[in-house]
Design a protein around this ligand. Structure first.
Ligand SMILES: [Mn+2]
Length: 328
């Protein structure tokens, strides 16, 4: 009989042997520009998840729905520099890319994305070339700056650094805060496809743009990493996140994207949910994040049950590729 464990995602029992899903907390906060508190975000996410309903209507079952889960002891590092912290995170994240498990990384600021992407090179569907990988990014911000405050590893550069690592394509959804340099890059770089919030939610042409977005998502091929910056949601749903922005996705729109992505042609190999900050007056921000986590897991399980999940045992000798931040 499963028991309720408040230390774990959704209170689910801990599985020590070859879990199907890993919940990986990355309490990382070094470059957040405005609000503070993403370092405590993962803990608040886990706590809030205890209040999330285990029944998922799309799945038709209570979670864990026959799968095994592990909520991993949070990553920590006392490395003195940003680069060394991120290298340590990449090493840590690599162990979850065996191909048999589905990892959900919980942050922490969006600066966690490049080390996660680097670690994904160990996944059998990606290995060894990141050009096979598509990143789907839900976010208010483009995160395509060259640097912020002279720091190229800032959260505001997370998507740029991921492209620098060699990612094949980047699909951005809900973007509504960006610089001219970022806008120019979006228009000139054919690896980037950006669906701006002002186009998706335009009162006359929005529906058409939304349909185009869904069909693009459904036709992605190959492995995908999904990165959900919770500020992609409308600021009213996540008021405690570092930089809440009006004019974002509502909950059902995000849900529709998840369904299209997991039912589509691609294989979602991993996901992250980031920029979570504990809200003190009401748990809304962390609860919104936890609900997204539950929906991602549920869609992953549906993908498994319809045979879309290509679980491939890691064939290499376990050697981990790291030190990718040297060049920045
Ligand atoms: Mn972001």
């Amino acid at each position: 009989m499963d028991y309720f464990n408040p230390e774990n995602f959704l209170g689910l029992a801990e599985s020590e042997q070859n879990p199907d899903v890993h919940i990986v907390q990355l309490p990382y906060e070094m470059t957040t520009s405005y609000g503070q508190g993403t370092g405590e975000g993962p803990k608040a996410f886990i706590e809030a998840s205890a209040q999330v309903e285990l029944f998922d209507v799309r799945l038709g079952k209570d979670l864990p729905a026959g799968l095994t889960f592990s909520t991993v002891k949070p990553w920590e590092s006392d490395a003195p520099t940003l680069r060394k912290q991120l290298d340590s995170m990449a090493v840590f994240a690599s162990q979850f890319y065996t191909g048999t498990s589905f990892p959900i990384f919980v942050g922490g600021e969006h600066g966690i994305l490049p080390p996660i992407v680097s670690a994904s090179r160990n996944h059998p569907l990606v290995s060894p070339d990141l050009s096979n990988l598509t990143i789907v990014q839900i976010d208010a911000h483009a995160d395509l700056r060259e640097s912020l405050d002279d720091e190229p590893l800032s959260h505001a550069c997370a998507a740029s650094r991921s492209l620098d690592l060699g990612v094949g394509s980047l699909i951005q959804i809900g973007i509504r805060a960006f610089s001219q340099q970022e806008y120019d890059l979006i228009r000139s770089n054919d690896r980037i496809s950006t669906h701006f919030a002002r186009d998706l939610f335009n009162s006359s042409t929005g529906q058409q743009n939304w349909s185009k977005l869904l069909s693009q998502i459904k036709s992605i091929n190959g492995p995908v990493h999904l990165t959900v910056d919770i500020d992609g949601l409308d600021g009213t749903l996540v008021p405690a996140t570092g930089t809440p922005v009006p004019g974002g996705l509502n909950y059902w729109q995000l849900d529709e994207i998840l369904i299209a992505l997991f039912e589509g042609d691609c294989t979602v190999i991993s996901a992250d949910i980031n920029e979570i900050v504990e809200q003190k007056d009401t748990p809304l921000t962390q609860f919104s994040a936890a609900l997204i986590g539950k929906r991602i897991v549920s869609e992953h399980i549906i993908a498994r049950t319809i045979g879309k999940w290509e679980a491939v045992k890691q064939s290499n000798d376990g050697e981990i590729e790291v030190d990718v931040f040297e060049k920045f």
